[in-house]
Design a binder for this molecule. Sequence first.
Ligand SMILES: *Cc1c(COP(=O)(O)O)cnc(C)c1O
Length: 244
Amino acid sequence: MESSSIEDFRAARARVLETIAGACKRSGRDPGAVSLVAVSKTVDASRLATAVQAGLDLLGENRVQEAESKCPLLPGARWHLIGPLQSNKARKAVQLFDAIETVDSLDLARRLDRLAGESGRHPTGLGIYLQVNVDRDEAKSGFLPEILQGELHELSSLPNVRLLGLMTVGRLTGSAEEARPTFARLRGLSERLTGEHPSLGHGLSMGMTNDYAVAVEEGATLVRVGRAIFGTRADVPKGSASGR
Ligand SMILES: *Cc1c(COP(=O)(O)O)cnc(C)c1O
């Protein structure tokens, strides 16, 4: 297992924040409005402990089971779930995560609402992002925009979840520029829906190592960056929904 020093992580963090700042400058945005989720899937807890010390204290995991083994070892971190959530893992997810970025159906939102209410762990509501399949890509999960529009009224009424905003994954092929239309569409959708539903937050989780600068130019408030911080991941099994 490769290791990294605290200096390595400080430098990696500084590089990513600089890239974010550059994108903010180009688009007239405030860098303070963009948060960094360090995507820590496959990274072991001892490396993560160093990363947290270096200021990377908001971590993103894509599997509940993996998070279950790491979260207790890293009490100084906050955790976002960025991978698909099966309903039988929802209870565990509510216990482990500070926010769930991959809520892709009304059913799942209702379940999380109920479990968050029972758990008592989220007194101001469990933070969720509504994942949107803006590209209508059959390979991706997420609400189709018109479905979300139709269900947002009920989503807004759930008492134990807080709708922090929308989340999407850009096109996985080719250049960062190819992801721009996806990000622009998510922002457009957010502007429309937050106008109709004030309880929907303005958060936009979009952008990964390959395309986060473009995502910030298009309005991301949360970028999910793994490889640019932790290096290339060992291969994850083909077919795992969001492992790359
Ligand atoms: C793995 C993953 C990321 C991070 O990808 P990198 O290319 O390592 O930056 C971001 N978002 C989701 C949903 C992921 O599964």
